[in-house]
Design a protein around this ligand. Structure first.
Ligand SMILES: C[S@@+](CC[C@H](N)C(=O)[O-])C[C@H]1O[C@@H](n2cnc3c(N)ncnc32)[C@H](O)[C@@H]1O
Length: 338
């Protein structure tokens, strides 16, 4: 196949949102679930979803052209491996498609504002910072929890492969959301106990999941804000995709609160995309734009993590890359500091 020209490549990038919004509509309408049992035609699907038959056909035809759904000779649509990712199932990408297509799409539409001011467009458009907005909108909050599991799910196995948690007595997952990370770790390390800590409303949704996973006896679910305090009692404090949500001042506050309760020989584990130097492609460099427009945080380089740790009394001991787009950044307390 001939290589595409720079003009073709740019044109594909510029129209990329056509496809992302088509995926959003398919996810929102639950089309994958509707064709799961058997292929169905656009008129059948339009009746089931209360949509316009011809317009729905055009949506499905466009998606089928990129192998999301496939159309047969009777103009019925069926699942493909990519369409299966939009099923309403644990770990699927459906919630991510919905979240990206709604608030996040709007926020990215105002990226110019964020670049001009350095402020998150989300706050201006939605009237509140993202985590306050989610507390006031339970349905979007539920979708957010699911989306985190969908978008970052692959990272959990990669993290477990890269980092040896043996010897950890109690692991606290700070800002642990739905609990998928702490659950996976406790399932692998059967002697370990866990603490899942997040905002109270998030914990209310997560606690039944821990119970359903058979972990109610080994994992405490505690609600609160990491800006006020974090629970005492763990020897390892893990935060995945927490630090990248916040500016340096807020990060220092969170890290300070962890330092207050971390035993002298305890460990801090921050799991994030570490921004590499140079021009190489990196998911972190794009995720960084999402952090700019949505929570107002940022992805950081290894040196920036080292400085952030140092400023809060932690020594950065190791950065372990994983096979996913994240690294495990390990820290320990500098001895002798209050
Ligand atoms: C980007 S998500 C990451 C979730 C999870 N750690 C993961 O990797 O999938 C950020 C999490 O921080 C939580 N969070 C936000 N503000 C918080 C606060 N003040 N105290 C505790 N948790 C908070 C959110 O509820 C959300 O679960």
């Amino acid at each position: 196949m001939p290589e595409s020209t720079p003009q073709e490549q740019i044109s594909r990038m510029l129209t990329g949102y056509w496809l992302s919004q088509a995926l959003y509509v398919a996810a929102k309408l639950g089309l994958a679930d509707l064709v799961k049992a058997a292929p169905r035609s656009a008129p059948e699907l339009a009746t089931a979803t209360g949509t316009h038959t011809r317009a729905l056909y055009r949506l499905l035809r466009a998606l089928a052209s990129v192998a999301v759904f496939a159309e047969d000779e009777q103009q019925r649509f069926r699942l493909t491996p990519m369409a299966e990712c939009l099923l309403d199932a644990p770990g699927s990408q459906r919630a991510l498609a919905i979240m990206s297509g709604e608030e996040h799409f709007r926020a990215f539409g105002d990226l110019l504002y964020s670049v001009q001011t350095g402020e998150p467009a989300f706050d201006r458009l939605m009237g509140a910072p993202v985590f306050d907005f989610l507390q006031a909108h339970p349905e979007q909050a539920r979708i957010f929890d699911e989306a985190m599991t969908g978008v970052h799910g692959r990272e959990t196995a990669a993290m477990l492969e890269a980092y040896d948690f043996s010897g950890v007595r109690v692991l606290a997952d700070i800002g642990g959301g739905s609990g998928s990370v702490v659950s996976a770790i406790l399932k692998k390390y059967t002697q370990m106990h866990g603490i899942l800590y997040d905002l109270p409303a998030v914990i209310e949704r997560a606690a039944p999941r821990l119970a359903a996973a058979g972990l109610a006896n080994r994992c405490q679910a505690i609600g609160g804000s990491f800006f006020a305090s974090v629970p005492i009692g763990a020897n390892v404090y893990l935060m995945r995709h927490i630090i990248h949500d916040w500016d340096d001042d807020n990060c220092r506050l969170i890290l300070h609160n962890i330092r207050q309760v971390l035993p002298d020989h305890g460990r801090l584990l921050v799991v994030e995309s570490v921004v590499p130097p140079g021009n190489d492609p990196s998911f972190g460099k794009l995720l960084d734009l999402a952090m700019l427009v949505i929570p107002g945080g940022e992805e950081r380089t290894a040196e920036e993590y080292r400085k952030l740790f140092h400023a809060t009394g932690f020594e950065l001991t190791r950065i372990l890359p994983t096979t996913a787009d994240v690294s495990v950044i390990e820290g320990k307390k500098f001895p002798g500091q209050a």
